[in-house]
Design a protein around this ligand. Structure first.
Ligand code: NAI
Ligand code: MG
Length: 357
């Protein structure tokens, strides 16, 4: 049966990097006989220019029907003056909420070839390969009531509500346990169960779920300690699962251990394993149109897409191996350039990955 992939290049460097990932996808589609069919649509600023809105109905329709979505990035100075409701970012948020993409997977991988890019000592981070699973559609970022109110006597008080229901915890837990099963079978659940009742429940549900995944070793850690351990000895982790706010902070922290935003992919999944895949970086307007952006984060996002939404693990591994090979060859876009590297353009990097495949 054929599977459909929707390409959403978006803005800035988006079209440049998605073009390279698209070539790579076509190549593995042939090599591994995956039966993928491709379509594309506008989102973000590109959609505003074409239709007046950041998430046109046609794009949302196509997104709902696709098995997986590969997105470049949205936004840029051209649209910064627009009011909130029709800004490019609304396109992205609209896709996340309409498709209920609650499971955010953010790997932090440091290729040994780039160990000097990290701010930590090479021996602490070299070979780092961890995955942070962040709940993306609940928790304190969405809880009601919220606001700023005036107390008696006139003092103002800001408040938010931290809530997670059992079913929300269970579904993100399953995503994390399943990801751990596909990796090194170690899952660390991060909470603040010594202070926050929400996370006492979180911990209970994770324990309960672990009975369904006897091959995965579950541990728990308080978030403050986790933040510390990530910079002290990050390689102790395999998969980390946590709520929206803790995950926001820890995933950025973990990402920066690798020192290179141009290398980091991400996935956002729903209950049907449908997913949206995108690089962690933005549309990089400062270098857009110059052909020098690093396409590897997007190419690695395509690999994640094959793994998590398209059941094509072999093809995913082939892409990851090809990326590692071009780094071995010393090929470097400007953002990961080192003394002994050979500087290449976006297209040259894409072509090198194709050749390595
Ligand atoms: P950014 O990630 O676009 O850029 C930060 C810095 O990293 C820039 O110097 C850029 O040139 C560089 N960079 C980013 N990706 C790169 C790549 N693949 N290769 C080489 N260098 C790369 O973040 P910034 O500057 O904060 O935001 C720019 C625009 O992107 C804004 O409009 C923002 O709203 C949007 N944005 C969109 C995101 C998305 O679509 N998911 C995420 C973050 C920002
Ligand atoms: Mg963040």
């Amino acid at each position: 049966m054929s599977k459909s992939v929707l390409l959403l290049p978006g803005d800035g460097i988006g079209p440049e990097i998605v073009a390279e990932a698209e070539k790579v996808l076509h190549k593995v589609n042939e090599q591994f006989d995956l039966g993928l069919v491709f379509d594309s649509a506008h989102v973000g600023g590109a959609a505003i220019d074409a239709t007046g809105v950041p998430l046109p109905d046609d794009t949302l329709d196509k997104a709902r029907k696709a098995d997986a979505i590969l997105l470049g990035a949205v936004g840029g100075p051209k649209w910064d003056g627009l009011e909130m409701a029709i800004r490019p970012e609304k396109g992205l948020l609209g896709l996340r909420s309409n498709l209920e993409l609650f499971g955010n997977l953010r790997p932090a991988i440091l290729y040994p070839q780039l160990a000097s890019a990290s701010s930590l000592k090479p021996e602490v981070v070299s070979g780092l390969d961890i995955l942070i699973v962040r709940e993306l559609t609940g928790g304190i970022y969405f809880g009601q009531p919220r606001g700023v109110r005036e107390l008696e006597g006139g003092e103002r008080q800001g408040y938010n509500t931290y809530v997670y229901s059992e079913s929300e915890i269970r579904r993100i837990g399953r995503v994390a346990f399943e990801a751990a099963q596909q990796r090194n079978k170690k899952l660390c659940s991060v909470d603040k169960a010594n202070v926050l009742e929400v996370t006492v429940l979180w911990r209970e549900i994770m324990e309960e779920l672990s009975k369904d995944y006897p091959d995965v070793e579950l541990s728990h850690m308080y978030v403050d300690n986790a933040a510390m351990q990530l910079v002290r000895a990050p390689k102790q982790f395999d998969v980390i699962v946590t709520g929206n706010m803790f995950g926001d902070i820890l995933s950025d922290e973990a990402a920066m251990l690798t020192g290179s935003i141009g290398m980091l992919p991400s996935a956002s999944l729903n209950s049907d394993k449908q997913g949206m895949y995108e690089p962690c970086h933005g549309s990089a307007p400062d270098i857009a149109g110059q052909g020098i952006a690093n396409p590897l984060a997007t190419i690695l996002s395509a690999a994640m897409m094959l793994r998590y939404s398209l059941q094509a693990e072999d093809a995913a591994q082939a892409i990851e191996a090809a990326v590692s090979k071009v780094l071995d060859q010393g090929l470097r876009t400007a953002d990961i350039m080192s003394d002994d590297g050979r500087k290449v353009t976006t297209r040259e990097m894409g072509e090198a990955v194709l050749a390595a495949l």
